[in-house]
Write a protein that binds this ligand. Structure first.
Ligand code: ATP
Ligand code: BTN
Length: 244
């Protein structure tokens, strides 16, 4: 059940494509590309998007409850993607707060949510996902951190259409469910697949570094970090989590 699907071989960024068409799209509309010339991650970082088997996907969603309900959405989408991949046999896929999917401590996929809309009105969201499927080693040399392919995480790689359809369907169902139950309904599901649960981590907050043990998320979607001072919730887009 996909209300509109644009398949575009070469594009600058699937998120940009959807952002440019926000007013003209039905909820759940999807754009899929084979190659991105300007794939992007959080805070202007680059998302390496070579041609081949990787998935570059963006979905449009309108949240009638407005921008405030968009908080925590990347956590919910992370659960949707992880569970979809697990259902296809990649049972070790985990989430990393706030917007990544990991396999064996390596980055498998990233989520980028961009939005437009006025305060007090519906929020128009573009939910982007880049998933490494079978990227060649030499294509990923510019990535400044450990990364993985779905190929490694599955005993048998699912056929590409099945992979895309499973992800799209799970994202749509999960977003609908989120609108009814809010983040509360996802905290336990997220914590169950948290790559860093009960592990030592550091948070990079601008120039500041805080070390502690990760204790999952709370009902606001904040990361819980335990230090000698106790457990502190951290929230906000300017925080990066790193394993120690
Ligand atoms: P954080 O979100 O915690 O700040 P991050 O380093 O993962 O951490 P993001 O902005 O989420 O930052 O993602 C962009 C980063 O992802 C890039 O700077 C690069 O290190 C990495 N990256 C880029 N392309 C890929 C890819 N195809 N696969 C895996 N990782 C990638
Ligand atoms: C991240 O880890 O920072 C998020 C990366 C998101 C990449 C995807 S690929 C499809 C969509 N189009 C983009 O330009 N970015 C997202």
């Amino acid at each position: 059940k996909c209300p509109s699907l644009d398949l575009i071989p070469v594009i600058d960024s699937t998120n940009q494509y959807m952002l440019d068409r926000v007013g003209q799209l039905p909820r759940g509309a999807v754009c899929l590309a084979e190659y991105q010339e300007a794939g992007r991650g959080r805070r202007g970082r680059q998302w390496l998007s070579p041609f081949g088997s990787n998935l570059y996907l963006s979905m449009y969603w309108r949240l009638d409850a407005g921008m405030a309900a968009a908080m925590g959405l990347s956590l919910v989408v992370g659960v949707a993607i992880a569970e979809a991949l697990q259902s296809l046999g990649a049972d070790e896929v985990k989430v990393k707060w706030p917007n990544d999917l990991y396999y064996r401590d390596q980055k498998l996929a990233g989520i980028l949510i961009e939005m437009t809309g006025q305060a007090g009105e519906a929020a128009h969201l573009v939910i982007g996902m880049g998933l490494n499927v079978a990227m060649r080693e030499q294509e990923g040399t510019a990535i400044g951190q450990a990364w993985a392919n779905l190929e490694q995480a599955c005993s048998a790689l699912p056929e590409r259409n099945l992979l895309a359809a499973t992800l799209i369907q799970r994202m749509q169902e999960t977003l609908e469910h989120y609108e009814q139950v809010g983040l509360d309904g996802f905290v336990e599901r997220w914590n169950r697949i948290d790559n860093y649960l009960d592990r030592p981590v550091k948070l990079l907050i601008g120039e500041r570094v805080v070390e502690g043990v990760a204790r999952g998320i709370n009902s606001q979607g904040a990361l819980l970090l335990e230090t000698e001072q106790g457990i502190t919730p951290y929230i906000g887009g300017e925080i990066s989590l790193r394993g120690c």
